[in-house]
Design a protein around this ligand. Structure first.
Ligand SMILES: [Zn+2]
Ligand SMILES: [Zn+2]
Length: 367
């Protein structure tokens, strides 16, 4: 089925088939995570273990946000080999699949955002784009377009391919064994309490925080930068994910290391990248200039921008929870756009970056 001849949207008549081993696996994982929460709430682990778990949850999150997302997927800055090794290690600690697959899925998500080519198409509702996509067989477009996503930079990086090859033993050692073993060996915890709290609870918590970027940050919020894009601005998701919830900005300027207009507000990963730059591990940080951002807001924004928006659009917004100075988190009357894309898809690395349709067509015919 050649995809290049038509636009890509969402076929609502298509029913995703459940992949039962994953569905049952995620159910069991969440039950074990809840057991880990019970261990915490009933005083099953001491303060040192709680601090340790907080620490590894944080560094693993940087492995995802700074490492997998802002560096490996979007190449928003350049990194020294040592920096790449650290980010890969932290990303393994998070246990969210190997770097190669994580980035391929995320590149696909941006190219064909909110259509059937997007692995977690938010047009199919909160449950599907949050966790449901991992419990269903992939849409045929996801499989076909996934093969065409350019991953040559990742294939050329031996560290990425090493992690891909040995992912399961690395996962076992870094995501499971080390987080669990440290409290047993150093803080005298029972290994079962440590397993349930430091592995299952932490894992389920951080997975759900990451998934909020695909669900809540595509559904509940405002679109001050581009109202033609489904993703929204959400301070809550930013709070949960070290700054990944300024998602309307991020999809409008995916190559910006800040993944937000401002690096100073609920954007810990931007601060972390600046820190990496300061100690010489990161360089050539890419960012959209204030003029380019202002032009975009005026040209395509929904009018809710805190500075360049208008009263009428801002009045259409109702906040749920505490009001963030830059943006409330919910909108009632501003409608989500229809996502219908051309085969060349949306940019990933710079403003004019789209797929070469002629090359795609040739590949499709050859396949
Ligand atoms: Zn997104
Ligand atoms: Zn992204």
């Amino acid at each position: 089925m050649p995809l290049t001849a038509k636009t890509i949207g969402t076929d609502y008549s298509y029913k995703h088939q459940v992949f039962w081993p994953n569905a049952i696996g995620f159910l069991i994982l969440h039950l074990l995570g809840l057991w880990g929460l019970k261990v915490l709430l009933t005083g099953g682990v001491g303060i040192k273990t709680i601090l340790w778990t907080f620490f590894i949850t944080y560094i693993a999150a940087e492995g995802i946000t700074t490492g997998a997302h802002r560096y490996f997927t979007h190449r928003t800055f350049k990194a020294t080999p040592l920096c790449r090794a650290i980010l890969l290690t932290l990303q393994t600690l998070a246990g969210q699949n190997c770097m190669f697959i994580w980035c391929r899925d995320h590149r696909l998500h941006h190219r064909y955002s909110d259509t059937d080519g997007d692995p977690h198409n938010s047009k199919r509702g909160f449950f599907f784009c949050h966790i449901g996509w991992l419990m269903h067989k992939k849409h045929p477009y996801v499989i076909e377009l996934g093969r065409k996503i350019d991953m040559s930079d990742m294939q050329a990086d031996w560290m990425v391919m090493f992690q891909k090859k040995y992912y399961y033993p690395l996962y076992f050692f870094l995501a499971l064994f080390i987080p669990m073993w440290v409290p047993v060996h150093f803080f005298g915890e029972h290994w079962l309490d440590s397993l349930f709290f430091c592995y299952f609870f932490r894992y389920v918590f951080s997975l759900n925080a990451t998934w909020l970027v695909n669900s809540a940050a595509h559904l509940y919020g405002t679109r001050p930068y581009d109202q033609n894009l489904q993703p929204v601005e959400s301070w809550f998701v930013s709070f949960m994910t070290l700054g990944e919830g300024w998602h309307n900005y991020h999809h409008a300027f995916p190559w910006d290391y800040k993944a937000a207009e401002l690096s100073s507000l609920i954007n810990h990963s931007a601060t972390f990248i600046k820190f990496l730059e300061k100690i010489g591990l990161a360089y050539d940080l890419k960012t959209a200039s204030p003029e380019v951002v202002a032009n975009r807001i005026i040209r395509t924004g929904d009018g809710s921008h805190y500075k360049l928006g208008n009263e009428e659009a801002r009045a259409a917004v109702t906040a749920v929870g505490p009001l963030h100075p830059l943006n409330p988190t919910y909108t009632t009357t501003l409608k989500a756009p229809d996502a219908i894309l051309k085969p060349e898809g949306l940019p990933l690395f710079h403003e004019k970056d789209v797929l070469n349709v002629n090359v795609l067509e040739r590949n499709t015919r050859a396949a």
